[in-house]
Design a binder for this molecule. Structure first.
Ligand code: SF4
Length: 258
């Protein structure tokens, strides 16, 4: 139960779609199509996550998400890379039914890369089976959030660093690429602590083989009191730090101010 009402969303169409330029693993900036699907709310309900605002309270019927993706693909330009983000986990069958994941794969044969998001605890046989079936290279983005030991347990993420590392290792063993989402400043960190722990989180991700990190400034969410979002200069500092390590791509997600 949320304190505020959700936005009205329509299951007959994707919640959003657009194109953006992004640096690829091979070092060139290329167009990535992005589709935000409309589906059931994620069951994890992490403290800092406001993605529930654009979700449904029920699981959609088989075929609904496939139609959403088809509708968006029809309008999107040609691109080599595509992100399918579902405000949760792509392998959560309550969010995206199993048959839809394969029907969607059939529509993406011309792409080189597919990036989806998933909670580390949902990395397993369904993910590996999907990757085997999929024509494009699969990349899975998982929320590492923070390695701050006093904060991670408070996020209600239901995940330890061991869980994250184990899932990363299994993905890499199956030739699936990994992207880590890292929070910049959580509700229990000062600005300085937020910067420190975001840098530590990048180092941890690199140390376990993650090639791509996206640093996300935490946004105020219900239940976070008078939380102040981090400063823009902190994001610039953390991203510059990550890039200086030369261990992979590091992005800063500046939400609307890209
Ligand atoms: S697992 Fe991800 S999508 Fe689900 S509530 Fe947590 S941060 Fe949000």
């Amino acid at each position: 139960m949320h304190l505020t009402a959700k936005n009205q969303v329509d299951e007959t169409k994707a919640n959003g779609f657009f194109s953006e330029e992004e640096l690829t693993r091979s070092g060139v900036v290329e167009k990535h199509n992005v589709i935000l699907t409309t589906n059931k709310e994620c069951s994890f309900k992490c403290v800092m996550c406001d993605l529930w605002q654009n979700t449904l309270d029920y699981r959609v019927e088989n075929g609904v998400i496939t139609k959403q993706v088809k509708g968006a693909l029809d309008e999107l330009p040609k691109a080599k890379h595509i992100k399918l983000y579902n405000a949760g986990s792509f392998f959560d069958r309550q969010s995206i039914p199993k048959q839809d994941t394969f029907d969607i794969a059939d529509m993406l044969c011309d792409y080189e890369t597919l990036i989806v998001e998933a909670h580390p605890k949902l990395i397993g046989a369904p993910c590996f089976e999907f990757s085997e079936y999929l024509q494009p290279q699969l990349e899975v983005a998982m929320g590492l959030e923070t390695v701050d030991p006093s904060v991670l347990p408070q996020l209600n993420k239901n995940m330890t660093l061991d869980d994250f590392e184990r899932s990363t290792t299994r993905l890499l063993e199956h030739n699936i690429f990994v992207r880590a989402f890292i929070l910049l400043r959580t509700p229990w960190q000062t600005e300085e602590e937020g910067v420190y722990w975001a840098k530590e989180s990048i180092d941890f991700a690199h140390s376990i083989g993650v090639e791509c990190c996206t640093v996300i400034p935490t946004r105020p969410n219900e239940g976070m009191g008078d939380f102040e979002p981090p400063l823009r200069k902190s994001l610039v500092e953390v991203v510059a730090y990550g890039k200086s390590k030369n261990k992979g791509r590091v992005f800063g997600d500046s939400w609307d101010e890209v």
